[in-house]
Write a protein that binds this ligand. Structure first.
Ligand code: RNT
Ligand code: ZN
Length: 413
């Protein structure tokens, strides 16, 4: 008997079908953030990151051009199991002749055509999109869609409108809807004199951006608690966006680095599922703050996956990754984070939810605790390795990263 066969029997004995888990997992799309490869700089002019987010580290090999970024994504994707989508920011436009002539409010689908060709060539499931409201001179006094300067606000509204049209093009080309996520850096370093007016302006800007009906676009809004340099006030707070989403029929995007440290996204997922058919995630790992460390297979990630799986919400929760570590090999980091997400989903798919739920409902809490601890020792690794093997992959992938580093990355000087 192989290790997988033995694991299959063991899981069957607790009522779990490993074959079904493997098939389900292979069909769950995970959206890969393009910005891990170049420290979130993009190609449209920014030379440093702004808006309260930060990459730290100067590991060699940062992708400096579109071609390098594509090469790196291709390498990373080749080592990732499961179904993948590409998640782009507007700052990754291919401007060509238009460089320096047009601004972000005039970007068009054609500026993203090479990404569509790329995603198709790699067999990706679709493309998600993000307007880029940072790293730009028109972020005036730290504000974009909530700016009191009408020219600034209108510029960023036009950017949002342009981005939704680009996303519709992605949906048409790829045959799957495109999630368009709005995250803005707007906030204040010190205690505000007016907390309401910026939020009213943000509400109006969002209403203007979302007014065009685009069937291929799924709109999402991402809240945040604070950023570096904007510690005292965030316009797009959790309460603001949850109410916005609920009243406008758009979806909430939860980034697990964006809450107070003892709040957990795993608990927010079921709270929102009680009211929403769609929600989106930015899966990240905050260490003491929203540091965007590489995602690892750890407790809160497992709990997030459990909430998605046991609530039969794999078709409702759109999973995207959002981390950027410049202190280690960036491609290895991409793969580690994506595989961690996959492992968490597999672990959740191998859990006998009905049995455990019944124990909760029957108030058998001691038994429930015992069962959960027992299940932590189940042979998850053997099912994981079988899952990888069926996709021509293995657990031993880091050598390929080291080869790529030697052959490609160190030459980028
Ligand atoms: C910032 C948000 C946002 C960005 C990306 C680059 O705190 O998490 O999602 O990380 O859009
Ligand atoms: Zn995020």
């Amino acid at each position: 008997m192989t290790r997988y066969e033995s694991a299959r029997e063991k899981f069957a004995s607790i009522g779990v079908d490993t074959e079904a888990a493997i098939v389900t997992l292979a069909g769950v799309p995970i959206s890969l953030h393009c910005w891990q490869g170049d420290d979130v700089l993009g190609f449209d002019g920014a030379d440093s990151l702004s808006g309260g987010i930060q990459t730290t580290g100067n590991y060699p090999g940062r992708a400096r051009t579109a071609q390098e970024l594509m090469d790196d994504i291709e390498k990373a994707v080749s080592l990732m199991p499961g179904k993948k989508r590409l998640n782009l920011h507007a700052s990754y436009a291919f401007l060509g002749e238009d460089k320096g002539k047009i601004d972000r409010d005039a970007y068009e689908p054609r500026h993203f055509a090479p990404w569509v060709d790329f995603a198709k060539r790699l067999g990706l499931d679709g493309i998600d999109f993000n307007p880029t409201y940072f790293g730009h001179p028109l972020v005036k006094n730290g504000l974009t869609l909530s700016s009191p300067d009408e020219d600034v606000r209108a510029f960023w509204v036009r950017h949002g409108i342009a981005c939704r049209r680009i996303a519709q093009y992605f949906a048409d080309e790829m045959g799957t809807p495109s999630l368009v996520n709005v995250w803005i850096p707007d906030g204040l370093k010190d205690i505000p004199a007016d907390r309401l007016s910026p939020r009213i302006r943000l509400r109006r800007s969002l209403d203007e951006i979302f007014s065009e009906k685009l069937p291929g676009v799924i709109d999402a809004v991402e809240s945040k608690v604070f950023g570096i340099g904007v510690e005292s006030y965030t316009v797009g707070s959790n309460e603001f966006y949850q109410n916005y989403a609920a009243t406008r029929g758009v979806c909430c995007l939860l980034d697990n680095g964006h809450y107070h440290p003892t709040e957990v996204v795993s608990d927010k997922i079921p709270a929102l599922l009680a009211f929403h058919d769609t929600l989106a995630l930015h899966v990240t790992r905050g260490v003491r703050w929203d540091s965007d460390h590489v995602v690892l297979f750890e407790d809160e990630l497992r709990e997030i996956a459990l909430e998605i799986v046991r609530n039969e919400a794999l078709g409702k929760v759109r999973i995207g990754l959002d981390y950027f570590d410049a202190s280690v090999n960036r491609i290895g980091a991409w793969v580690t984070g994506q595989r961690s997400m996959e492992k968490a989903l597999l672990s959740a798919l191998l859990t006998p939810h009905d049995t455990l739920r019944a124990m909760q409902d029957n108030a058998e809490f001691g038994r429930l605790m015992f069962e959960k601890e027992k299940q932590k020792m189940m042979p998850l690794c053997d099912v994981w390795e079988e899952y990888l093997a069926r996709q021509g992959l293995s657990e031993d992938w880091y050598g390929e990263i080291e080869d790529y580093e030697r052959e490609v990355l160190v030459k980028r000087v």
